[in-house]
Write a protein that binds this ligand. Structure first.
Ligand code: DMJ
Length: 643
């Protein structure tokens, strides 16, 4: 749950440190390149020699016979009347045929050889004119082609696994006409967002609803991977927008290609693409989503080739080269990024029967378990080369958030059998309560940030998801503190609602303070924006499911109306730059998570609880529902290939 797109990036590229077979891909390419140069030189020298020698050969006209091996050359012919032997439409020429014709034939062949040599010489010269980079790129392209061909030959269908019990894929239609009407309004907003993306941004990652064109950020790399399509699929399905769902499926089937020279965020691609594809697969049963998810996961695996096994933040999908964000403390990887892979990777192992994914995330967990934690808190930064913490900053918002969420959800998704994850969650939450959670003078409970030994009394919009997390984790909590955690969830929901209610637009700012008389209000201009984020609505939905207190639907409806009034434009939905201004300006981005999360949580808030019940489904951090795996009965993969 980080926002790397909003943080500065450095151009510093860190070389991979592993010393295995792929440790020096660049070096290997250089060797091939010089070999290629030498070969080209030898080839051109040889051609020049042949070409020159050809003109020094004696003139055939001066000799009775110039043997170019013509005696037994096969020349197409149909006439056998002159004594030749017909072999299936070809005539073998022997002695005694006409001199003139022979000379013509020699001449024709000589011209052909000369032309061929000239062509080869030209090609060799052309090659040598190219820069090292161009030649290297050509070699790489050829290598990739070969690899792709081999892969095609190797690609076997995925092993069949029994699907988990998929309960609660239904319409969830509420009986109350007022609630139905509200739900229909949210569905209409989804259609507006989708239709405009369909019209103006199709295939691009996101939409610029005012400029009416495609948009992308560095988290998706430089190619058009249709992030909005993949992220929106399950919301379309849940809302019963089946034509739109099929359009998306068709695009994915025909166009979604991961063999691109593009450097992407491992975390973002995991939560939006792999999570989105897996959820679409489980909801619809369409194999294409599973296949694409597995292909993509294979492209992320090289990111784990670090001395510690803690993955790089970014990986190039083609070369597999990884690196970290330049802004991260001392070349560190980010807790919320490498700690938010578990749910998707467990499902990948389950579906493929290949333990590689499971092993990667369990390795991360084991490593974290062994480390000392200052005050019991997990710092946001961990160096993947040394295995040591970076700066001692701890946050339940950006850079830390979904790590805690995934500990809890790993336990839930395992049908509550992964008690190790539950223990880590309980320990972490206890330390967070002790050091980060406080009450303001005005009685608002907030979660601050720990920075170098002191508490910053500021809470981010991202942190608001924690209300829902506390409620979700209440059942099964240590010392039977379920009531306490449900209450804590309610208090966070209330605080976050206040952060919306105290603005002009009734939309929440990116971050708000509890300091010097300020309560739940943004102070700095660059923290006053709202970019269609879901976290506050996510918490309303969880609180609604656990309490059925009507105020959560009321708060959700306030947010729906505010979004429709202030963020809706004719070309889609846009974020706004200042929620305290009555005439806000737009940021002109329709984030893919608006379709994946914000509208989905709103729709579920106004649906019956039997649509995707929380006993059977766990939502990943991008709101993609994955089924609980009843592992106790089935083994991890449910198929014998998995050991
Ligand atoms: C989403 O991509 C996910 O919720 C992520 O975990 C954090 N940020 C955005 C939405 O704000």
């Amino acid at each position: 749950m980080t926002t790397p797109a909003l943080l500065p990036l450095s151009g510093r590229r860190l070389p991979p440190l592993n010393l295995g077979a792929s440790a020096f891909p660049h070096h290997r390419a250089t060797l091939r390149l010089s070999e290629k140069f030498i070969l080209l030189l030898i080839l051109s020298a040889f051609i020049t020699l042949c070409f020159g020698a050809f003109f020094f050969l004696p003139d055939s006209s001066k000799h009775k016979r110039f043997d170019l091996g013509l005696e037994d050359v096969l020349i197409p012919h149909v006439d056998t009347s002159k004594g030749g032997k017909n072999l299936g439409g070809f005539l073998i020429h022997g002695q005694g045929h006409d001199e003139h014709r022979h000379r013509e034939e020699e001449e024709r062949l000589r011209n052909k050889i000369r032309a061929d040599h000239e062509k080869a010489l030209e090609e060799a010269k052309e090659k040598l004119k190219k820069s090292r980079d161009e030649i290297q790129a050509e070699i790489q392209t050829e290598k990739n082609k070969v690899v792709q061909e081999l892969k095609k030959k190797d690609s076997k269908p995925l092993p069949p696994v029994p699907l988990p019990n998929l309960i609660g894929i239904n319409s969830g239609e509420p009986a109350d006409p007022d609630i139905r009407e509200k739900r229909n309004k949210i569905k209409e907003m989804m259609k507006h967002a989708w239709d405009n993306y369909r019209q103006y941004g199709w295939g691009h990652n996101e939409l610029k609803p005012i400029a009416r064109k495609g948009h992308s950020t560095n988290i998706f790399g430089n190619s058009q991977m249709g992030a909005t399509i993949v992220d929106a699929l399950d919301t379309l399905y849940i809302m019963g927008l089946h034509d739109e769902f099929r359009e998306g499926q068709e695009w994915i089937d025909k166009n979604l290609d991961f063999s691109v020279n593009s450097e992407v965020s491992v975390f973002e691609v995991n939560i939006r693409f792999i999570g989105g594809l897996l959820a679409a697969y489980y909801l619809s049963g369409q194999e294409v989503f599973k296949i694409k998810a597995v292909q993509l996961a294979g492209k992320l695996l090289p990111a784990f080739n670090t001395p510690t096994g803690i993955p790089w933040a970014m990986v190039n999908l083609k070369s597999g080269v990884g690196r970290n964000w330049g802004w991260a403390s001392a070349g560190s990887s980010i807790l919320a990024e490498f700690g938010t892979l578990h749910m998707e990777f467990v499902h990948l192992s389950y579906l493929t029967g290949d333990p590689v994914y499971y092993n990667k995330v369990m390795h991360i967990r084991k490593l974290l378990q062994k480390m000392d934690r200052p005050n019991g808190l997990y710092p946001n930064y961990l160096n993947p080369r040394t295995g040591r913490w970076g700066q001692h900053h701890t946050s339940v918002g950006g850079l830390g958030d979904s790590f805690y969420e995934y500990l809890l959800k790993a336990w839930l998704m395992s049908d509550k059998t992964d008690t190790e994850a539950r223990k880590m969650y309980d320990d972490a939450i206890e330390a967070i309560e002790k050091h980060l959670i406080r009450k303001s003078n005005g009685g608002l409970t907030f979660i601050g940030e720990w920075k170098n030994g002191h508490l910053e009394r500021k809470m981010g919009h991202l942190t608001c998801f924690a209300g829902g997390m506390f409620a979700l984790g209440a059942d099964g909590s240590r010392d039977d503190k379920a009531g306490h955690y449900l209450q804590l969830g309610a208090e966070i929901a209330h605080t976050c609602h206040e952060s919306y209610d105290r603005t002009t637009l009734k939309l929440g700012p990116e971050a708000f303070k509890f300091d010097g008389g300020v309560e739940a209000v943004a102070v700095r201009q660059n923290e006053k924006y709202y970019i269609l984020r879901p976290e506050v609505i996510e918490t309303y939905w969880y609180m609604w499911r656990f309490t059925h207190d009507p105020k959560y639907r009321q708060w959700g409806w306030e947010a729906t109306q505010a979004i429709d009034k202030y963020c809706r434009v004719s070309g889609g939905f846009s974020g706004v730059k200042d929620v305290y201004s009555s005439s806000p300006t737009y940021d002109d981005v329709q984030q893919s998570f608006f379709l994946a999360e914000t509208l989905k949580y709103l729709y579920l808030l106004f649906s019956n609880d039997d649509l995707l019940p929380l006993d059977n489904w766990v939502f990943n951090t991008e709101a993609h529902p994955l089924p609980v795996l009843h592992l106790a009965n089935t083994t991890l993969s449910g198929n014998p290939a998995y050991r």
